[in-house]
Write a protein that binds this ligand. Structure first.
Ligand code: ATP
Ligand code: MG
Length: 483
């Protein structure tokens, strides 16, 4: 039990101090008290006081520890921020100050769950800090209006996102997932025996874009635009091919047609150059892979770009499939889908237009009507398209220390109070704050341990060195055997 005390200008309707003895909770813990309903507060700071040590002179003049029972006089004080109250089963704003002397208790878990808006059957990403309560978020609230995972490098973005993927894949009903994965962070799901049957990885060799599905505008988009005449000529060539007998044409067929067609030489050469550039990427063919058949509820499709070096090629792959799946989703040809982007700032950059940025921004604006959700993961929120980020209505924020990134995050989310913002740089790996649509109030969580195998890129330097040494040894063994 604890008691509200009078200290400075408190208690007010927003905060109070309390003394407590056996209340076994620390900073971040929840408390409840009665004041025109059940008021819920969160401990913002904890203090110790002892009047024997108040006066510097008497402390220095004599050894108070020897003379007095000082320990008996130590008191624990906590500052509590009032969050709201339950009255007639509704959550309301608190407008009255509690009275000094009011009794305060540790809040009941069910009450905190209801207050924060958590869902017992939701995505369980860990525990609410200081509360021994599952941090479980309603799936629709979390996904439908898009989410972002923001943190500096090494703070646990990929780890936490993997925990979320486990939760989604383990559910009875869950959307299809397509992850654009520049470093192969999620390919470990295909190696884990519990998830391999639900995971498919697409790499350079098995990624293919059907040329017959491309429009002249899309191809122009791959190059961040094209002159009017180029676009018109290309459009005509594509239209003629689409009307022709061979509906399954590829890039070579387009080139041949273009070569034979009469047009301004400059336009022709410029177009040929562009088509050859695309040809050299070795991804254009007669069918799509991944295709709409791969996009099934509860299945994870990973577009692993870790072996792709050409930046434009990565952009094209991301842009094409995002576009394709959004289109199919709008037509109702694929199930509800979550499009996940690791290193999202590279696919939707604030400062530079790119083929993938426009489609990501479009899904950010319109996706929720069609159950096409976005999950943007980034360590450089400053660089991430403001249009896209501001539409991510749930944010998972892990440690961020860069002041520019911190400011950008705070501006993009109304839920970040100055008190919450102040805590972001101090978060430890595995700790996070959830803000926005999925919760009623910013919620501090400890992300749970993952069930699936972690990819080697998340493992430490020592592990990488060990792996290198083993590979080298193997190589020299092989060489010896050969000789
Ligand atoms: N909740 C957690 N519990 C235990 N370990 C964790 C947790 N979160 C992260 N880690 C560990 O912290 C390290 C960094 O995590 P992770 O790779 O997810 O960071 P990141 O934010 O994705 O970094 P980067 O920006 O470099 O991709 C990993 O070794 C991971 O195992
Ligand atoms: Mg990562």
């Amino acid at each position: 039990m604890a008691t509200v005390i009078q200290r400075g200008d408190t208690p007010t309707s927003r905060e109070f101090f309390m003394v407590h003895e056996e209340l076994d909770i620390g900073k971040g813990g929840f408390v409840q008290l009665q004041n025109d309903g059940t008021v819920i507060g969160r401990i913002a700071e904890v203090y110790k006081a002892n009047e024997y040590f108040e006066d510097a002179e008497s402390v220095s003049e004599m050894d108070v520890r020897q003379k007095f029972p000082v320990d008996d006089w130590e008191v624990s004080i906590a500052k509590v921020s009032i969050m709201g109250k339950f009255k007639e089963d509704m959550i309301r704003r608190v407008t009255k100050s509690p009275r000094p002397g009011t009794s305060v208790k540790k809040a009941k878990s069910e009450l905190v769950r209801e207050f924060l808006g958590l869902d017992e059957n939701g995505l369980e990403l860990g525990e609410v800090q200081q509360q021994n309560l599952a941090a479980s978020f309603d799936m629709t609230d979390t996904l439908q209006k898009h989410f972002a995972v923001l943190a500096q490098s090494g703070a646990g973005k990929s780890y936490s996102t993997s925990v979320m993927l486990e939760e989604l894949l383990d559910r009875q009903k869950s959307p299809a997932i397509v992850a654009v994965d520049p470093h192969g962070d999620y390919t470990c799901f295909a190696e884990d025996e519990n998830y391999m049957d639900r995971t498919k990885v697409f790499r350079d060799q098995n990624i293919s874009i059907a040329v017959k599905d491309l429009s002249a505008d899309q191809i122009a988009g791959f190059f961040n635009g094209m002159s009017g005449p180029q676009r018109e000529e290309l459009n005509e060539v594509l239209r003629n091919l689409q009307r022709g007998e061979n509906k399954d044409f590829n890039l070579e067929d387009v080139e041949n047609r273009l070569e034979r067609k009469e047009m301004n030489d400059k336009v022709k050469y410029a177009l040929m150059r562009k088509l050859r550039k695309l040809q050299g990427m070795n991804i254009f063919g007669r069918s799509n892979s991944p295709s709409k058949k791969d996009v099934e509820p509860g299945k994870l499709n990973i577009i692993d770009l870790s072996e792709t070096i050409d930046h434009q090629k990565k952009q094209i792959i991301a842009a094409f499939f995002t576009n394709q799946f959004f289109k199919k989703r709008r037509q109702g040809n694929i199930p509800p889908v979550l499009m996940l982007f690791e290193e999202a700032h590279n696919f939707a950059q604030n400062s530079a237009p790119s083929p993938s940025r426009s489609i990501i921004e479009k899904i950010a604006r319109e996706g929720r009507k069609f159950h096409c959700s976005l999950g943007l993961i980034s360590q450089r929120p400053v660089k991430l398209s403001t249009t896209a980020l501001s539409q991510c209505n749930t944010q998972f924020i892990l440690r961020v220390t860069n002041p520019n990134d911190l400011e950008h995050i705070a501006q993009s989310s109304e839920g970040i109070t100055s008190e919450v913002k102040a805590q972001i740089p101090g978060l430890k790996t595995g700790e996070g704050i959830v803000i926005g649509e999925a919760v009623n109030y910013p919620t501090f969580i400890d992300v749970r341990t993952r069930k699936s195998k972690e990819s080697s890129s998340g493992e430490g330097l020592e592990h990488a060195l060990e792996e290198w040494r083993e590979e080298e040894e193997q190589k020299s063994d092989d060489a010896e055997a050969f000789m």
